[in-house]
Design a protein around this ligand. Sequence first.
Ligand SMILES: [Zn+2]
Ligand SMILES: [Zn+2]
Length: 253
Amino acid sequence: MFIDTHAHLHFHNLYSQLDDVIQRAAENGIDKIICVGIDIESTKRCIAIVEKYPIVFAAAGIHPHNSKDAPEDFLDEIGKLVNHPKVVAIGETGLDFYRDLSPRPIQIDVFTRQLQLAKKLDLPVIVHNRNADREILNVVESVGHEKGVVHCFSSDVEMAKKVLELGFKISFTGSITFGNKAVMSVIKIVPLEDIMLETDCPFLAPVPKRGKLNEPANLPHIAARIAEIKSESVEKVAAITTENATNFFNLPG
Ligand SMILES: [Zn+2]
Ligand SMILES: [Zn+2]
């Protein structure tokens, strides 16, 4: 059994064939999926999805790319959306200083306020980080919320250690199957108890599906790569990462 902790099922290329996507996920041992919003509209679609499919849960948030378009009352909106019993986290939020699709001060403001809300509501938060290690640490430290995950981890060993010191988890996508040596050293030093798995579909399909449309059914390829790097069995990686995600998102057992 696996849990895909980060899937964008709201995007049209998956949403338009969702019955098949969910069925293939179940056939490949994916027990639960977190559908992660990137703005208010996509979060509402994630909620429609969780109401239809028992194995899907949702996260409500504004992605850093979309922070410049966040409505003025976005925090109230997120506060209402998380009242839904199947919305289990705030996210995705964070900072993306690689693509810089929103001005950095706005990204930092929208991230900080979502983190404060997560702290106030005692909800886990899903953090996106690209080329913003220092600023991510600054915001998390200033808000003082310990219940978070840095998703699609692509920073170095030093950052991984700092993230773990904050009490955060780390989740990995199919990008760990692309042969990058730096991420191998990160996986080696992060205890299995702090790792969660995610596809980040429809993006980042793992080898051997690289370049194709990604979906939750591909998650076992990511688990297999972690098992290989850590010299553990896939069964053990599956069991421990599932337990981690169940506890982190407070999912039904
Ligand atoms: Zn992301
Ligand atoms: Zn994402």
